[in-house]
Each structure stands twice: as C-alpha cells, then as structure tokens.
Design a protein around this ligand. Structure first.
Ligand SMILES: Cc1cc2nc3c(=O)[nH]c(=O)nc-3n(C[C@H](O)[C@H](O)[C@H](O)COP(=O)(O)OP(=O)(O)OC[C@H]3O[C@@H](n4cnc5c(N)ncnc54)[C@H](O)[C@@H]3O)c2cc1C
Length: 456
C-alpha cells in the first residue's frame, strides 16, 4: 500500500514520543489545515518516562502516564506500526502494521524522533534474566514482581527461596536507575507494615554501578546526599563495581559477591535507536565515531540533519536520537538526552518546518538548562533549578515537591494531569496499593487451568 497526501506539504513524523507529539501539535498550531501530518509509532500513545519510577513504586496508575496520540492529535493521521525502512533519497518510509501489512509512506518533510533503547553489554545471562525500565509495561512488571514476591516470601518456609524472592538488583545509578531503585524501595518499606512475618532486614536492595558515584547529573554534594540517603535506608550501593554475570538469576559482581536475585533491573544507559545505524534499512547519515554521540543523527543548530558534505533540507531530527549543538552551554557541547530538550527541540523544529514551507529563514535551537530534580521516594528528593544564571540547590521535601510539580506541569493533557494528582491524593489518604499481579502477563492461565489438562 502506498500512502500519500494530496497537494498540501506532507510532514511525516517518525515516533510519537516527546519529540513526535510536540512536533505534531506545534505544526498544527503554526500551519493550521495548510499541512498534512502523519505520525507513526509502534505504540498508540506517548509514554511520559519521567513518571515511570512512580509507576514502578505504585504511586501513579500506569495508564495515567500515557498520552493517547489519536485523542490529542485530532486532524493528524496516526499510524500504529513499526518503522522498518527509511529511504531519504526516494523520500519514502516503510512501515509494518501489527497484522503484517507493509505501508510505503512518502513525505515532503521528515521528522525523526525515534528516541533511544537500553544500551546492553555482553554480560552472560543479562538478556535472559534482566528487565529494562524504559516502557510502561516494564515499570508495571517491576512493581508487580516486587509486590508479589513480598506475598510469596511471607508464605514460604524455605530460607533460600525467601532470600532470592526478597533480593532486588538494580544495575545503573543514573537518574532513571537511581530514581527507580529509590522509589521502589520506598514502596517496599511502606508495604512491609502489612507483613508481620517479614522484617525490613529480610529485604535486600542492591544498586551496582561502574562509576565512583551515582546521579552524575547533579552536584557532588547532592550525589553524596543521595548516596547517604540510600545507604541509611539499608540499600547496598556497590560503586566502581561491574556485574560479571546474571546466569540463572544469580548475580556475580566484580567485588566477588554472588547472590540469587529474583529481579534484575538494567538501567545502565541508553543508545540511539539502532534502526538509524542499520545501513540496510536506513540511508540517513549517523555519527560513526566512538563516543556518546555514536549512532545519532548529527544536526545543525536549526535541527536539520547534516551529511558529511552538506545538509538534508527536508529531514529534521530531535530528542534522544539526535546530536544537537547546545548553544546555551558553549562551543562543542551537545544537548544531553532528556525530555526537557526533546520537547523544546520539537517545538523549534516544527517552527522551522513552517518557516521552510513559507520560505522564511530558519532559527537556531537555544535553550538554557532549567535544572534537574530527582525523587528518592515519598517526601525525599534532590536537584537544582536555574534562575537566570543562578543555580539554586534543593534537597529533601522541597526538592521532592518541586520535582512532582514540574512533572505534573510537563505531563501532556489536562485530563492526565488531573488523574496523576488524584492518584497522589488517593495514596496520601489510603496509602499505596500492595497488590502485585504478575499473572496479568498471562491472563488466560486461570481459564486454562479450569479447562483441565489437554486431551492427547
Ligand atoms: C525511567 C526514565 C526516567 C526519565 N526521567 C527524566 C526526567 O526526570 N527528566 C527528563 O528531562 N528526562 C527524563 N527521561 C528521559 C526522557 O524521557 C527522554 O529523553 C525523552 O523521552 C526523549 O524523547 P524522544 O522523543 O527522543 O524519545 P521517546 O519519548 O522515547 O519517543 C520515541 C518514540 O519512538 C517510537 N519508536 C521507536 N522505534 C520505533 C520503530 N521502529 N517504529 C515505530 N515507532 C518507534 C517509540 O515507541 C517512542 O514512542 C527519563 C527516561 C526514563 C527511561
């Protein structure tokens, strides 16, 4: 099937995440009905990833961190399918829908907002036994597994099984990993009040990081604060330590420790979407030099994609898959991969496409860092905000409140903001839920059991 759109310029947006959703909304705002827009994503919703640690901790209902693309982007064509090929020389993108149909979608302007994927290392047993923490289903699975394990451990008499069930390992202590660990441990301490058979010393949370510190994004003082916070809560933080293997759920670390762990969460960094560096399926030019930019699309400050000897005038990129100069931070600096930049780059990029269509000069992306905040569980947090050139550091309750307030503001749609706020108020009144339903990934299990053994 070949999908094209009449005489209006057609903007095709790859990815419906922070970049895709905001670029589509802004284009519609700028150009009204004078442009045809198509957004392609394998998921029919945006995932607001900064809230995933709170989903993992049972503080927010999973659906409330998802923004449905079709409901928000009225008048925009939304295609749910996997992007398989990008041919910028023919201006065509291949998409495969869930039912296996292949679409060829042509465009006048292309926006690439395909984000990132976890950066895995060749550690034996990692792919088979660990789970990531980037998508809502992973955050749900982590919460369900931890809560179900508490119930199982409280009922078993086998000390080795109990130990394994109550050992939770997080690998990677950056923002995403550190917050996920701190929030879920907080949930466990809260839930333990309903488990008279379990003591907090029965539960082992382990954070492993190869770096000499956690939360590299904040000041040294705050890194130390976060480390002290976690250690005071009994969390084992292994710094300058590598995971050597996770075979059969047994974690072996470079400090000669070895322990069985029923949950291993991998959060040790991300890399740009690998489709872009797959030369068989994409002809877009990616950065090939080793380093943090490897695999990204190199962009000019106006967000057009650069080639070795020029620029692709009709291809724009932003977010985690793009190397965008950070003009506000000085020469040679690139924007870090975060939602703060992704959203603002998307808006600049949409305005530049409108300018390009109208024959006006493009404008460079310039955004001064607003700061960064992390929550470490209920009423705990740390980070800083920038007020002009002044950096104001917070920790404890004010930082936790500021982080929640900022993300509530940034969460797309009024309905979702209201739903998140309702979740928080509900939890304060009646405490967090302690039910884990790992069986939800196999909902037909009980029905098949009722049907009895299969006849041969
Ligand atoms: C746990 C966690 C916590 C975070 N916390 C913060 C925070 O506190 N503050 C902050 O600023 N940032 C935070 N981030 C980072 C932030 O969420 C990302 O930087 C941001 O979402 C990047 O936006 P993007 O549009 O580039 O990618 P995404 O939002 O990831 O969107 C990419 C989209 O592309 C789609 N896609 C990918 N491949 C294909 C394909 N082949 N076919 C079809 N669709 C495809 C995906 O489904 C996805 O919807 C966090 C991230 C995580 C994982």
């Amino acid at each position: 099937m070949n999908t094209t759109t009449g005489s209006k310029p057609h903007v095709l947006i790859l990815g419906g995440g922070s970049v895709g959703l905001n670029a589509a909304s802004e284009l519609r705002k700028n150009l009204g009905s004078d442009v045809a827009i198509t957004v392609v994503d394998s998921r029919p919703y945006l995932t607001y990833q900064p809230f995933l640690p709170e989903v993992g901790a049972g503080s927010i209902d999973p659906r409330n961190v998802l923004a449905p693309l079709r409901k928000i982007l009225t008048g925009t064509k939304v295609v749910t399918g996997a992007i398989t090929d990008i041919d910028s020389s023919a201006k065509v993108v291949g998409v495969q829908t869930e039912d296996g149909e292949d679409l060829q979608i042509s465009y006048d302007y292309l926006v690439v907002g395909l984000g990132s994927v976890p950066r895995l290392l060749p550690i034996p047993g990692l792919a088979e036994n660990a789970i990531g923490f980037k998508w809502v289903e992973e955050a749900i699975a982590v919460r369900d597994r931890i809560l179900a394990n508490l119930a199982e451990a409280a009922s078993t008499k086998d000390p080795a099984a109990r130990k394994r069930l109550l050992t939770f390992t997080f690998i990677g202590g950056g923002f995403a990993g550190g917050e996920a660990l701190a929030e879920t441990e907080d949930m466990v301490r809260d839930a333990l009040r309903y488990y008279p058979d379990l003591h907090s010393s029965d539960v082992r949370f382990v954070l492993v990081d190869a770096a000499p510190f956690i939360f590299p994004e904040v000041s040294e003082e705050h890194r130390q604060y976060a480390l002290d916070q976690l250690r005071e809560r009994g969390i084992e933080v292994k710094l300058e330590t590598f995971v050597n293997s996770c075979e059969n759920g047994v974690v072996k670390t470079s400090d000669d420790d070895e322990f069985a762990s029923d949950l291993i969460v991998w959060n040790a960094g991300v890399k740009p979407n690998p489709l872009l560096s797959d030369a068989e399926h994409s002809d877009l030019p990616v950065i090939s030099e080793r380093g943090p930019m490897m695999g990204k699309l190199a962009c000019l400050p106006d967000l057009r994609v650069k080639t070795d000897d020029g620029v692709l005038n009709d291809v724009f990129a932003a977010g985690d898959c793009a190397a965008v100069p950070d003009l506000a931070s000085g020469e040679d600096k690139m924007c870090p991969p975060n939602a703060q930049h992704a959203v603002r780059q998307a808006k600049r990029l949409a305005d530049n496409i409108a300018r390009s269509i109208q024959g006006r000069p493009l404008v460079d992306y310039y955004h001064k860092n607003l700061g960064t905040m992390a929550t470490l569980g209920m009423y705990k947090g740390m980070g800083y905000v920038m007020l002009g050139d002044k950096r104001i550091e917070f920790k404890g309750l004010p930082a936790w409140a500021a982080a929640r307030a900022y993300h509530l503001y940034a969460m797309p749609t009024f309905g979702r903001k209201a739903a998140v706020l309702t979740d928080w108020i509900g939890n304060m009144i009646s405490r967090r839920d302690i039910i884990g339903i790992p069986q939800s990934t196999n909902p037909r299990g009980a029905f098949e059991l009722a049907a009895g053994p299969k006849k041969k």
